[in-house]
Ligand binder design. Structure first.
Ligand code: NAG
Ligand code: NAG
Ligand code: NAG
Ligand code: NAG
Ligand code: NAG
Ligand code: NAG
Ligand code: NAG
Length: 359
């Protein structure tokens, strides 16, 4: 498992010492944590969000009248109550956005041709995938999540998120809106998501990874809050170099450190992307688990503040080869990541100084 860590400043008396957060996935409660669960066929709506049917040591004498989610909430409450002061537990509901026009285009053109040519454009003659919106299929996937949340609230009395976080990309802003609209949420924990810059997708040269400006986002989603310091314009996407997995994991750890050190609540919702959720799962020490568009999984996380320092620093980004005209073939692997351009055009590669994520 990839375990990354980075320095955090301790507050209070020991402020000269340094500490870092170590994250763990607490297994034994969810099907998605079990090796034998196939992510490709897993359906969160057919499995109660994957919560395994079982009894717990914390079950009370009236357990028979309580739902699995109510009894699981007692487990989480006990973990929290009995945790040492440097340990906290949170349940993260990780939701992938519904299908966007960029997903449809990747299927339409095939992944290699998409990666080495079409993804660099804003769209084609009939579809736009620059900061892609949801397709009708994607809207229906988000509505399915909405209906499922309603059924869990009504039938299972599931603990609903106390805080909502979303990626700044349009497909996630829309998915969160559709997923959490009209639900009977507690009055003191309404759906007012915070837009987190670092919850965005892995930042490739693809135009679907470039976000819109803050003014436009606010005009489209006026009830959403921006995290402090959210810049007007996208300062991370360059269109020239791409974040590597290691660079993305550093970003994900930075995001988690920020949330775990500022948010005292236990149940959180993240609306994000396949690549970014995969990165968060790596940082959490979770097994690989790919979410299909619109899918949601909960992960029980233990975070432990450790003394010491880490040598992990931000990582360089790299350029990806691409073609300046549509590729002649579309192969899944090989030199230049399967990017095979017509003879008249060799794959374009750019060498630049490392571009580091600034936070
Ligand atoms: C699950 O798979 C991982 C990686 O293959 C392995 O290290 C681990 O032992 C497995 N766990 C169980 C309980 O089989
Ligand atoms: C998971 O399910 C898919 C689709 O049915 C199948 O192609 C794949 O082989 C399965 N993976 C494993 C590890 O069984
Ligand atoms: C637990 O049991 C209920 C029915 O009693 C079923 O609907 C649900 O899918 C089961 N959950 C899992 C994870 O097997
Ligand atoms: C509560 O958690 C503590 C620490 O994990 C454990 O020792 C104890 O058995 C739990 N209580 C119950 C009732 O399960
Ligand atoms: C543009 O791409 C979309 C997929 O995003 C596809 O459905 C459509 O057919 C394409 N249009 C043209 C003119 O190729
Ligand atoms: C979703 O967006 C629509 C259209 O902007 C808006 O009327 C509605 O209040 C939003 N719902 C939520 C829960 O944010
Ligand atoms: C923000 O984005 C919108 C939509 O793309 C655009 O019309 C507007 O000019 C942009 N505003 C600024 C200040 O760049």
């Amino acid at each position: 498992m990839v375990r990354l860590s980075l320095p955090l400043l301790l507050t209070g008396a020991a402020s000269t010492a340094s500490a870092y957060m170590q994250y763990y996935t607490v297994t034994g409660y969810f099907l998605q944590d079990v090796n034998s669960t196939n992510a490709t066929t897993f359906d969160y709506t057919a499995t109660n969000f994957g919560l395994i049917n079982q009894s717990y040591p914390t079950d009370s004498s009236n357990a028979a009248s309580l739902t699995q989610w109510q009894r699981f909430a007692a487990v989480v409450a006990n973990l929290t109550k009995t945790a040492p002061s440097n340990v906290q537990y949170k349940l993260l509901f990780l939701g992938r956005h519904g299908e966007g026009w960029h997903n449809a285009a990747e299927s339409y053109y095939g992944t290699p041709a998409w990666n080495c040519y079409w993804s660099l454009l804003d769209g084609n003659a009939t579809a736009t995938w620059n900061d892609a919106h949801l397709t009708d299929n994607g809207i229906n996937q988000a509505l399915k999540a909405n209906h499922f949340w309603l059924s869990r609230i009504q039938q299972e009395k599931i603990p609903t998120p106390q805080k909502y976080y979303t990626s700044p990309l349009y497909r996630c802003l829309s998915t969160a809106n559709l997923t959490f609209s009209g639900l009977p949420l507690p009055a003191n924990e309404p759906f007012v998501p915070t837009i987190k810059a670092l919850l965005r997708e892995g930042i490739s040269e693809h135009t679907c990874d470039r976000r819109s400006n803050k003014t436009y986002i606010h005009s489209q989603f006026p009830t959403y809050k921006f995290e402090p310091g959210f810049p007007e314009n996208d300062q991370l996407w360059t269109g020239i170099t791409a974040e590597t997995n290691a660079a993305e994991d550093y970003r994900s750890q930075t995001l988690l450190d920020n949330i775990f050190s500022t948010d005292k609540s236990t149940y959180l919702s993240f609306t994000s992307h396949s690549g970014e959720i995969a990165s968060i799962l790596r940082v959490l020490g979770h097994r690989t688990f790919s979410l299909s568009t619109g899918a949601v999984i909960p992960v029980l996380v233990k975070a432990e503040k450790m003394m010491g320092t880490s040598t992990i620093t931000s990582q360089a980004w790299t350029p990806s080869p691409h073609c300046t005209v549509p590729p002649v073939t579309s192969i899944s692997s090989g030199a230049n990541g399967g990017c095979v351009c017509p003879n008249s055009a060799a794959p374009v590669t750019v060498t630049l100084p490392p571009f580091a994520v600034s936070t």
